[in-house]
Design a protein around this ligand. Structure first.
Ligand SMILES: Cc1ncc(C[n+]2csc(CCOP(=O)(O)OP(=O)(O)O)c2C)c(N)n1
Ligand code: SF4
Length: 257
């Protein structure tokens, strides 16, 4: 299934977005082969480097204002519930500018999939700190280093009653592809945080390659177990292990049924 377009790719060579592009393209191709009509997919982009993916994928798409892609995705789903809505949004859009939409979307369990391209900075605007930047992060708005501790977005999603919570890594594309397939198939709100190195402003590739490991996905309906796993890494630089996979998954009525 050819899902690429003729649009010129403007990502920096080595950017983690390439891995996400491959994983998402393969996940959607797989689901189309399994019988979901191609025209039922809608990719909603935010504003940012990762959100440019909507230009590179030959699928229905919508380009939202910065921080408003989740709200736009909800509107699209409400307008036509048979659509498979996939929101592509950066950490700046999801965890800073649009954080209220993320929380309320999770709370109401609307059946859409959120992919957060978390490069831990506002990259398109050449690097300002975000909610997941580590303490001491040096960017354009924090030349002396950020004084704030990052938050853990998976913990926030657990507290917001999200029904599917996962983390992938852009350079583990096969694993990420399977997470995306499971997220799209999940009946309800699915949240997938994607660790995405930004080679130009915050190159975390080596850091993640040393620490990322795949978790055993058992007892997925236990909030206590999910929290314990999620807290293995709190976005600090000193921690030795970073778990990826599905942390939490439960069945619950969705916003529409
Ligand atoms: C409401 C609003 N605020 C600020 C901007 C400027 N702006 C454009 S892209 C961007 C950074 C995007 O960062 P992020 O969402 O993390 O995505 P990334 O570029 O890192 O993939 C900002 C701040 C904007 N377009 N609209
Ligand atoms: S600035 Fe960073 S996130 Fe944006 S394309 Fe370049 S490497 Fe990727």
């Amino acid at each position: 299934m050819e899902l690429s377009t003729y649009a010129k790719n403007t990502w920096c060579p080595g950017c983690g977005n390439f891995g996400i592009f491959t994983a998402l393209k393969e996940a959607v191709s797989f689901l189309i082969k399994k019988g979901i009509p191609k025209e039922n997919f809608v990719i909603v982009g935010d504003i940012g480097c990762g959100s440019k993916i909507i230009d590179y994928l030959n699928l229905n798409s919508f380009s939202a204002l910065h921080g408003r892609a989740i709200a736009s995705g909800e509107g699209i789903k409400l307008g036509n519930p048979k659509l498979k809505v996939i929101v592509s949004i950066g950490d700046g859009g999801a965890y800073n500018e649009g954080i209220s939409h993320l929380i309320h979307s999770a709370k109401r369990n609307i059946d859409i999939t959120i992919l957060v391209y978390d490069n831990r900075n506002f990259a398109l605007t050449t690097s300002q700190f975000t909610a997941t930047s580590p303490k001491g992060f040096k960017g354009k708005s924090t030349p002396e280093g950020s004084t704030e501790n990052p938050f853990n977005p998976l913990k926030l999603m657990l507290a917001s009653n999200a029904t599917f919570i996962a983390r992938g890594y852009s350079f583990k594309t096969e694993h990420l592809k399977n997470l995306i397939i499971k997220g799209i198939k999940h009946q309800g709100f699915s949240f997938i945080e994607i660790l995405q190195p930004c080679v130009s402003f915050f190159d975390t590739t080596e850091f993640y390659n040393k620490r990322v490991y795949e978790i055993k996905e058992t007892d997925l309906d236990s909030k206590e177990k999910a929290l314990k796993k999620i807290e293995e890494w709190n976005y600090n630089e000193n921690d030795k292990k970073i778990p990826i996979g599905i942390f939490y998954k439960i069945k619950k009525p969705t916003y529409l049924n």
